[in-house]
Design a protein around this ligand. Structure first.
Ligand SMILES: Nc1nc2c(ncn2[C@@H]2O[C@H](COP(=O)(O)OP(=O)(O)OP(=O)(O)O)[C@@H](O)[C@H]2O)c(=O)[nH]1
Ligand SMILES: [Mg+2]
Length: 364
């Protein structure tokens, strides 16, 4: 009965009967969808500075009721409404911060009025941000980390509404001439950073073939060109496996010697690798890969000690070229490396199996 319910096609039936015992690593699939042909460019914004300005509270009202049957019917000034908060909320439907305005302003609360009418509270402004957004205050301290769907961070609290003179009515003060002003809403500066939730990050020198590799294994379309620093922003591609898991691979801009001193494009893009389970060192086989590996390891350790200790895999690219193959054969004698050719697709199956093992490892 249960099987009949689950059976939705030959693929799923296959899944039900396959034995995923240890050592039986799922195979990567070729995506059935072709690459998108859209030409509209959407820039990926991974960090931005915003000012969150909450709404002020509405003022309380001073008013006295004068009814036809009673001239001095007492105070009837209502309270002001509360100002709106500015809130950041994590959602998987946003991938970038390009929709965030520099100033995010919430509305003020309405004023109180006579006849005991309280002012309306303002709506909170909820700004959707991608999962994994880090929020830093103006001093650079991390004050929020939105890792789960729906998680919220109150960036600026709206001012409370002021109380009207009705509130101040006592047995000794029957005609209070006082009311409160609404409190001012907070106005705070934040820096938002998206630390992509890719599972595996590609690290390498410019021109090592990172974008070529990502294009070969996923539907992502980073630009490939024979000059350095073609990729200026991170790209993420998804690799599907035959057990319906998807592994996200991030193509990060190239590092060069001195990246930690902000040479080249700097090292700030490594923030995207901070949540990766593993790192792939992609070395250009035709240009002294062991030296490239030493430099990359050094730059990484300068950025973060914990990142340098993540599981990593050393991949030598361009082994379709004779000099790269020679370097590969030389290097594999001393350390465990995988030789691939992103351009011709050589050995990519082995590479994707290693990626899957990294994904399945428990390291977070
Ligand atoms: N022969 C050969 N050439 C390759 C291979 N992979 C990449 N290339 C070439 O290397 C050059 C650079 O490739 P990219 O993929 O743009 O390199 P990248 O690492 O993304 O470079 P940046 O974005 O600048 O950091 C291109 O001309 C590719 O055609 C390969 O396996 N074999
Ligand atoms: Mg590139």
């Amino acid at each position: 009965m249960r099987l009949a319910f689950l059976y939705r096609g030959p693929k799923l039936a296959l899944l039900l009967t396959r034995n995923f015992s240890e050592g039986n690593v799922p195979k990567a699939l070729r995506s059935l969808k072709s690459k998108s042909t859209k030409t509209n460019i959407q820039y990926y914004v991974d960090s931005c500075r915003v000012r969150a300005v909450a709404g002020n509270g509405g003022d309380g009202c001073i008013s006295f009721l004068s009814a036809w049957c009673k001239d001095r019917a007492g105070p009837d000034g209502g309270d002001g409404g509360h100002g709106g908060h500015v809130i950041f909320q994590a959602t998987h439907s946003k991938k970038s911060l390009n929709h965030c305005n520099t100033v995010i302003q919430a509305k003020p609360g309405d004023k109180g009025s006579s006849k005991d009418c309280n002012g309306k509270n303002a709506q909170h402004v909820v700004v959707q941000v991608p999962l994994g957004t880090i929020i830093k205050d103006s001093a650079g301290r991390v004050v929020g980390d939105l890792q789960e769907e729906g998680m919220m961070f109150v960036a600026a609290r709206g001012g409370a509404g002021g109380r009207g003179n009705k509130f101040f009515l006592t047995s000794t003060e029957q005609a209070p001439m006082i009311a409160e002003h609404g409190a001012e809403g907070e106005s705070l500066q934040y820096t938002l950073e998206v630390r992509s939730m890719a599972h595996v990050g590609l690290i390498g020198f410019p021109n090592a073939g990172k974008s070529t590799l990502l294009r070969a294994v996923s539907r992502a379309r980073p630009t490939v060109a024979p000059y350095p620093f073609t990729t200026l922003r991170p790209h993420i591609g998804m690799v599907p496996y035959d057990d319906y898991e998807q592994v996200a691979i991030a193509d990060l801009p190239g590092l060069i010697p001195g990246s930690h001193k902000n040479y080249g494009l700097g090292i700030q893009f490594l923030q995207h690798a901070e949540r990766c389970k593993g790192l792939i060192f992609l070395l250009d086989g035709s240009d002294d890969p062991s030296e490239q590996y030493d430099i990359l390891s050094y730059e990484l350790s300068q950025y973060s000690k914990t990142l340098a200790e993540r599981p990593k895999c050393i991949v030598i690219n361009k082994i379709d070229l004779p000099e790269a193959r020679l370097n590969y054969n030389e290097m594999r004698k001393s350390m465990q490396v995988i030789g691939i050719s992103a351009k011709t697709g050589l050995n990519l199956a082995e590479f994707l199996t290693v990626i899957r093992k990294m994904y399945d490892s428990d390291v977070q």
